[in-house]
Design a protein around this ligand. Structure first.
Ligand code: 0O2
Length: 220
């Protein structure tokens, strides 16, 4: 289903009605951002380093939701969006090291308020184009004036190098309207391999630093 500009204009009314419906996703993100800030600060206090370099969060734009529903051949309704679009609320966690990614996942698994609905590990199983990241789909309760609503949030956890690659790849697809020439696709795959090499190298160096720190002074 391809949406025209006219379709989008007609959907503006629908959008007005959606504003309140989408507010709950912002509340879910507020909660998740607080959660990640607490994890960051406390982990730093205990372990002396911060597993989270920085975070970004966003509620998916109305236009992107409509386009994603169209790609899935679904009629534009809030019910369809809530059921079929899993990343209306999205958080991106950027870590320095590969091990930090799995540490963050382990921490989240212990948070009983969250239900983990699914994990996609594109680090162990990168996508064909070279995309690497770990995606967690979780559900979090949001307490409202008149009850509680369970809200889905997609959490993407990646290293700085993975994020650098994904941002550029996303920009290239946007700029070239998804018609990426074969040569660029190959270049991007090569860049993904280099980013992976950098991640593994930095992970190794960090492990060596940790071991050196643990050795007693006289053995150094
Ligand atoms: P945007 O603009 O970032 O919001 P699903 O959400 O499960 O119905 P899908 O594609 O199976 O659809 O989910 P998946 O694989 O978990 O990917 C969802 C999001 O991951 C994408 O959202 C992107 O943010 C990111 N992503 C996945 N694959 C790639 C990739 O090859 N390159 C880049 N740069 N990002 C990727 P959206 O809605 O597609 O885009």
């Amino acid at each position: 289903m391809q949406l025209t500009k006219e379709d989008m204009a007609n959907l503006k009314d629908v959008m007005e009605n959606w504003k309140n419906e989408l507010l709950v996703y912002k509340f879910a993100l507020d909660q998740m951002n607080t959660k990640f800030s607490i994890i960051s600060q406390e982990y730093n206090l205990i372990h002396g380093h911060n597993p989270i370099e920085h975070t970004k969060s966003r509620v998916k734009s109305f236009e992107s939701i409509v386009n994603k529903l169209a790609r899935k051949n679904l009629e534009v309704t809030t019910a369809h969006a809530k059921e079929h679009i899993h990343d209306i609320a999205g958080v991106r966690i950027i870590c320095s090291f590969l091990s930090d990614i799995y540490n963050v996942v382990d921490i989240l698994k212990q948070h009983n308020d969250l239900e983990i609905l699914g994990i996609k590990d594109y680090i162990k199983n990168p996508k064909e184009n070279g995309y690497r990241s770990l995606h967690l789909l979780i559900e979090t309760p949001v307490y409202l004036t008149n009850g509680v609503e369970r809200v889905k949030v997609e959490i993407q956890i990646r290293t700085i190098a993975m994020d650098f690659w994904a941002s550029l790849e996303h920009k290239i697809h946007y700029k070239l309207n998804n018609a990426v020439p074969e040569l660029l696709t190959e270049d991007l795959k090569e860049a993904a391999n280099i980013a992976n090499y950098l991640d593994e190298k930095m992970h190794g160096i960090n492990n060596e630093v940790d071991s050196a720190k643990k050795e007693p002074e006289e053995e150094r």
